[in-house]
Design a binder for this molecule. Structure first.
Ligand code: SF4
Ligand code: SF4
Length: 61
């Protein structure tokens, strides 16, 4: 399987940091009021971020 790609759609992100809290491998960090993908190589494609983001701002491919 190819490595996962994680993206935050910045226009949708309201900065709640739920993805930062739930990602088991700390792929995200907050930069100001927007979540950023800072450790994409750590993603295990568990999909928690997509499921938990209230604004549909995270996509995992
Ligand atoms: S859970 Fe969604 S809205 Fe909240 S910080 Fe993460 S990407 Fe942004
Ligand atoms: S799919 Fe899982 S491991 Fe990957 S960024 Fe989302 S919460 Fe983190």
């Amino acid at each position: 399987m190819n490595n996962p790609t994680v993206k935050v759609i910045e226009d949708y992100c309201k900065g709640c940091s739920i993805c930062v809290e739930f990602c088991p491998t700390e792929v995200f960090d907050m930069v100001g009021f927007v979540a950023q993908v800072v450790r994409p190589e750590a993603c295990t494609r568990c999909m928690l971020c997509e499921l938990r983001c209230p604004d549909f701002a995270v996509r995992v491919y």
